[in-house]
Write a protein that binds this ligand. Structure first.
Ligand SMILES: [Zn+2]
Ligand SMILES: [Zn+2]
Length: 287
């Protein structure tokens, strides 16, 4: 089971598992939810980006706010969907990757509809340059790559499996595996089934990040918009093994404190709320 360790480097909280002490940090997969409050209140998330091992990003909501060296280390972005809170700073991130020496190309993976939305409506030379058509040393600065439902992608020693969830538009949650561990990121979703079935196949997830956007009194809005409340989250996490750590994220800032109180009232062991100072080390053994 994990324990919290506070770290002043970037204000991160390191969530270390006892197993990690045996393996050493190099043997773990590092997961970090980037801040997006820009200093006003670190527990609020206006935008969403997870970093995996500092080389993969899940979504690009706040990626463009990260330190330049952090952004330039990112090799691939996996988009859950095309809503703005998940890709708001992607254009800025693309620009931040440019360096005098050869800039590294960026692979952006997502649902075909999400990539089309980006290509047609954002990187269209009107709102932002079409980086997929700008080449440097023969390589495009962005390469779009379509993700198909339940087709795993092997990258950076990890296997990332997109699974469609229940949101207003086609949206993926992700199951991320290495040889030992498993982490699940739900994406924006209302009550759903398939990702919970799949994430329990073969091995149990170590950590499950579950969205929780609205307080209980707004359950109707949550259901209509494809989101969860604490009461709905409680039903979702019944579908994963009780030993899995549950981390609620994507709390709408306007309702943050109310949602946190309702989550605390669930009295669920191993349930925590993500804040922008968290960094988690999953007890995975890298190949
Ligand atoms: Zn959304
Ligand atoms: Zn969202």
């Amino acid at each position: 089971m994990g324990s919290f360790v506070y770290d002043d480097d970037g204000g991160a909280i390191l969530w270390r598992f006892s197993l990690l002490d045996e393996l050493g940090e190099g043997a773990a997969v590092k997961i970090r939810l980037l801040p997006s409050d820009l200093g006003s209140d670190e527990k609020l998330h206006f935008l969403t980006t997870f970093l995996i091992d500092d080389v993969l990003a899940i979504d690009a909501g706040s990626l463009g706010f990260a330190a330049l060296e952090v952004q330039r280390g990112i090799q691939e972005i996996f988009l859950t969907h095309s809503h703005m809170d998940h890709l708001a700073t992607l254009p800025i991130h693309c620009e931040n990757r440019l360096v005098e020496e050869r800039p590294s190309g960026l692979v952006v993976r997502g649902h075909a509809q999400a990539l089309e939305v980006l290509d047609q409506n954002l990187f269209n030379d009107l709102l932002w340059p079409d980086f997929s058509r700008i080449h440097y040393a023969g390589e495009p600065l962005i390469a779009w790559s379509v993700l198909n439902d339940e087709e795993p992608v092997h990258v950076q020693g990890l296997t990332v499996t997109p699974v469609l969830v229940n949101h207003a538009i086609p949206t993926f949650g992700f199951i991320i595996d290495d040889t030992e561990g498993r982490v699940v990121i739900s994406g924006d979703t209302g009550p759903t089934e398939r990702i919970w079935d799949l994430c329990c196949e073969g091995k149990e997830p170590d950590i499950v990040f579950v969205e929780c956007s609205f307080p209980n009194r707004l359950e109707r809005l949550a259901r209509e918009s494809g989101h969860l409340t604490p009461a709905l989250l409680r039903e979702e996490i019944e579908k994963v093994p009780p030993a899995s750590e549950i981390v609620a994220y994507h709390l709408k800032p306007a309702f943050h404190d109310e949602i946190v109180r309702e989550l605390a009232a669930l009295s669920r062991e191993s349930l925590s709320v993500a804040n922008s100072k968290e960094e988690k080390w999953i007890p995975c053994r890298k190949t």
